[in-house]
Design a binder for this molecule. Structure first.
Ligand code: SF4
Length: 79
């Protein structure tokens, strides 16, 4: 019997947080993709930005994307 590695869905010391984009405000400038391509991508078929489904989000990179978003439309949501 061995142990199986599991991904813990928490950033250290924090609850599960998920970045969300308010698509009503998004100007599709691609800024968040440039800052944080591991989290944000463009859904080419649908033509809008989306958050990639991850077990844990890189807090500092997402905070940077939030800071740089010209439409101020990225925020954290408690998961
Ligand atoms: S940086 Fe903000 S406005 Fe620009 S594409 Fe990302 S979410 Fe939309």
């Amino acid at each position: 019997m061995g142990y199986r590695a599991v991904t813990v869905p928490y950033a250290e010391g924090e609850g599960l947080k998920v970045p969300v984009i308010d698509l009503g405000e998004c100007t599709y400038c691609d800024g968040c993709i440039e800052v944080c391509p591991t989290v944000f991508r463009k859904n080419e078929a649908a033509g809008y930005m989306e958050v990639i489904d991850l077990a844990v989000y890189p807090v500092e990179e997402v905070d940077e994307a939030i800071k740089n978003c010209p439409a101020d439309c990225i925020s954290w949501e408690e998961g």
